[in-house]
Structure formats: structure tokens, C-alpha cells
Ligand binder design. Sequence first.
Ligand SMILES: Cc1ncc(COP(=O)(O)O)c(C=O)c1O
Length: 390
Amino acid sequence: MQMRNAVYKELETEQLFDTHPETSLDFIHVRRAVEAGYTRPFLLVDTQIVRSKIRRFKAAMPRVHPHYAVKANPHPQVLRTLIEEGAGFEIASIAELDLLLSLRVPAAEVYYSNPMKSREYVEYAARHGVLWYVLDSVEELRKIHSIKPDARLYLRIDTPNIGSDWPLSGKFGAHPDEVTDIIATAAALGADLAGVTFHVGSQCRNPKNWRVGIESAKRVFAQMRLAGLKPRLLNIGGGYPVRHVKPIPSIETIADVVNDAIRDLPPEMRVMAEPGRYLVSDAAYFVCRVVGTATRAGKRWMYWDAGVFGGIIETQEGLIYEIRTDRNGREISWVVAGPTCDSMDVLMRDQMLPEDVQEGDFIYIPNAGAYTSSYASNFNGFPLPEVRVF
Ligand SMILES: Cc1ncc(COP(=O)(O)O)c(C=O)c1O
């Protein structure tokens, strides 16, 4: 416990800074898209930016093979662009697997990184040729092994998510004593437990989290070898941040930490990552419209035609988007809500926006290509956002 606290203390002192310019979709394209017509909220995606982001990722970390997290934005044109750039993929479900197979992605390039999978899903993935499966418990190890005894397995370990806008630790990730049990069980079963993975938390602004994760993985590799297992995969997960309103470390800054930490790994160790947000966010604007405004108990409210259920859900966990309008009045504090009747459909409670925003105005959210259209539902009968890709 004491060592754990020491690690956390060190992470808290990390400086956050912008060191390299970031790209964003040019607003001229958004203007043209709105002029072309508007019937419902839409996400406008430029695949050239997706292409440039994966190239930049690979240039920064030449030894790290990117496997795109399909959940961030599963649009087929986004996936095709990444296929052309030689990416592999990470999936959470068999629907994502089917999508990739329909685009002729070899099953061997697909890693099943959801730590909790139904028996039926594992059977389906195994039948369709997926080789690699994650786990973080003895039960999941036994489940996968009973279905596919020759599966290649990687172990998700718990790692600090300090400095991440969207922490993921807690729900998944084995703790040290559980790691010991999982390794012993794999050795006893003769299962091919061959890798380690971790996730530093989404929109991670603290590069040291990757160092801590990689150093922990090395200790687990040593434990595996002692148990007679043959570790040969390090999967450093997702979490690479994009620009919204807070400063972020560039991918090159994170790469300095990662490249240094993986330098002493044996050459036969495959190193991969699972970037989601980083590859698609900057490539898109989310566009929606003001349905109406109101004053309630002295507070100004505006209601958009897309809210928590329409794709703008990440504000619920503290992600702060930049928001643009066509107005230039004095900025005042607004409560911003979605169009549904659900009281939890409130996006922001103290958002500075021009006081002259009115019904019918357009709202433009840059760098919104990830976890927007893929999160949206039809709740209350409102339409899903349209995804326009060029
Ligand atoms: C297992 C796994 N890998 C990768 C990602 C992608 O994370 P990010 O979009 O932050 O890069 C996620 C996101 O939830 C995930 O659960």
C-alpha cells in the first residue's frame, strides 16, 4: 500500500504541456456541410485527418503496432482508412468483429480486448479465427480455455488512471494477488497465457501512467516465466489524448516515455497499442441545433437537438468540449440540456456561451469524432446523428 501511495504522489506532480501542434478539421468544411442541408444532428468526419493521425502515431512509436479501438467510431469509411494504413483492431463485441470481417480484415489482426465476454461470444470469435483474448480473472481464464484451449491469452492488470479525464480502472484489471492466482491457474491448465495489457484511462494527460504500466507488465512477465509460461505480447492499451480545452501532452511526449520503457524488451516481444480517441477525434465536428431557450429560477437554459442520449455523453464524466456558435454576444453562464424528457439529459450546468444564442442556432463541437455517434441511442424517439464522411 505504501509503495502504491508513493507512485500516486509522483504522478500527481506531473507537468502537463502542449509541445506539438495538433490538427483539427477545417471549419470551412463544416460551413459547407451545413449549407448542404440539415435535418438532424450530424458528425462530419475527414478521413485524411484519420490517416495523418495514424501515421503520426506510428512515426512516434515505431515499435508499437496500433490496433484501433473500434468502439471509438466504427464507421466503415473510418475503418477502411485505417485498414489502408496497416492498422490492426481491438474489439469489444462480435458485432464489431463482423464489421471488420465484412471489410476483409484477417481475424488474426483482431484482438478481443473486452475482459468480460459471454461464452457464446467467445465461441463465435473462436469459430471465426480470432486468436487473442484478454482476461483479468481466473473465471474468465477457465471460460476461454474451456472453449478454445489453444487461445492466446493476455492478462489485463490494474494500473493508475491518475490524470485521465475518463478513468477506466476499477471496473477491470487484475490486482497483484489476483495476477498470481491467474498465472498459477494458467500454468496448471496448460493455457497459453502469453501477454500483458493495461489501460491508463481515456484522454490520459499523464505520460507517466504508461511508464508505470509497462514497468508493472515487466514484473508480471518475470512471474510468468517463473511459472513456465512464454510471454511474448505487451499491449499498452489506449488513452492517448486529444485537444479540447485543457493542455495535453503530445503523442511525441508520450512516445518518449513509452519508447524508453520498452527499449530493453526482447526483440521477439510484440508490442501493440489500442488507440481509439487519438485516431478519430480531431477528424470530426459534431453539429447540432438549439431547439429552444428558457429562463428557470433566474438561470438561462438552452436545449439542443442532441444531448446525453444523442451522442454528447462524455460531458457526464467531466470531459469539457470547446463549443462554437455563430453569435458573438457577451458570454454568460448557461445550463445546456438535450431534447429528451429525462432529467439526466443535462450536458453542462455552467457553460459560458454568448447571451444572444437563440432557437435555431447551430452549435459546432470540434474534435468530437470519438465516442459521440457510437454512443448515441434513439431514446424518446429522437434520431441518431447522421455520420457524413469525406
Ligand atoms: C480495452 C480498451 N482498449 C482501448 C480503448 C480505447 O481507449 P481510447 O479511446 O482512450 O484510446 C478502450 C476504451 O474504452 C478500451 O476499453
